[in-house]
Ligand binder design. Sequence first.
Ligand SMILES: Nc1ncnc2c1ncn2[C@@H]1O[C@H](COP(=O)(O)OP(=O)(O)OP(=O)(O)O)[C@@H](O)[C@H]1O
Ligand SMILES: [Mg+2]
Length: 466
Amino acid sequence: MREKILVVDDERLIRWSLKENLGKSRYEVIEAENGNDALKIFSESLPDIVLLDINLPDMSGIEVLRSIKGMDKDVPVVIITAFGNIQTAVDAMKFGAYDFIEKPFEIEKLNIVIEKALENAFLRREVTRYRTKDGDYALESIVGNSLRMQELKKIIRRIAASNTTTVLLEGETGTGKDFIARVIHDQSSRSHKSFIDVNCAALPGNLIESELFGYERGAFTGASGSKKGLFEISSGGTIYLDEIGDMNYDLQAKLLKVIDTKTFRRLGGTTEIMTDVRIIAATNRDLQAKMKAGTFREDLYWRLKVMQLLMPPLRERGEDILLLSQKFIDRLNVEFKKHIKGLSEETMKLFLSYKWPGNVRELKNVIERAMILESEEYITPEHLPAEIAQSDDLRTVKQKSGERFDIPIPEGGLDIENVEKELLRKALEMAKGNQSKAARLLNLGRDAFRYRVQKFGLEGEMSGEN
Ligand SMILES: Nc1ncnc2c1ncn2[C@@H]1O[C@H](COP(=O)(O)OP(=O)(O)OP(=O)(O)O)[C@@H](O)[C@H]1O
Ligand SMILES: [Mg+2]
């Protein structure tokens, strides 16, 4: 199949020459001579790539670019700009242009840019397809093959399809509660209505109350008019009450009433208003402890618990750690235009033994950082934060460093420098010549290690790897 190129330029000669040149090779070329035509033709014929002159007679090229990106964020747009007008081109890059090329251009150069752009777009689409299937929050976008995640996905599918109006999501920070709440909403019959995210810890109680319930004129000082509440506005949709554990006690009672009766009154109001809203509540705190402490209502707790989802911590699902890592790497390769293949074996081991207190969010951040720094094919421990790179083995070394251990001294005595040299040699041997591994075995930083290796002339025992 020939790929379709849309050429947008008001100069006829340029359009003609592009059609002549590109049309002869493997592309089908369609043209537009102004911004309006371009948008119309774009929406009708969905080209694979757009060559866009930034100076158009009827509207700014940037505007055209933004509209195109609004229709299809993955389509590559290459800006054609007059010689010396680089600044506009650079601005266009900020709005998502793939690259720019200056007039007059060599057709060969342009061909290369087009090829690269198409290849890049292909990869981007692959990733998006994986991620979205039918929207950003498809069930398929929940990464995880562990038994617990498989089970969880099944329940999520069921909840989404059900009429259950309350769901409680419990789990440590970063386990994906926000994310799952969105999936539940998007996969439910409520998806065409709004999803409203209310953070109960971020606002003072009375403000949350007036947001949720709305108010009538004069309900409190400053209420000069009436206002609809979120329960009213989002009827038919979903309200996500994040950090429900921090909701104030009185408001908890009012919430329970809404859940039970599906009706509520605006603040200062007298009429009962019906609402059909699904409430997804989330917490990373121990609600039972809060209940014992008397800050969380027992009746609300039991009511919410009817449909409860427990997000498992990442450390309890080892295979997902590796799977998620690979997904994040694949995704970021596209974003950062890198070609990192995966985790090095050593990194895998460290990842599997680390406790991940920040769960998936922490893993994502760690990978993002490592990808920026890494220049090898695999992510090596060198670019991991210290708390992860220092494996359990090393921690044991450190713990034991106060203890004594036995190094026999021969009758004739020994040279302490030789002992050090021998230790370095041994570490390199154990690490098969890999510097960072060897350095870690001796609890030395890379520079400190390298310095000693040079001092003792052991460079020959290092492998090419570092
Ligand atoms: N199973 C998963 N697959 C893919 N991405 C995930 C998964 N779980 C979590 N994430 C990602 O991890 C990040 C953290 O998730 P999220 O914000 O939903 O956590 P949370 O449980 O709400 O945390 P907190 O309690 O701190 O609010 C998000 O970027 C989310 O997209
Ligand atoms: Mg959250």
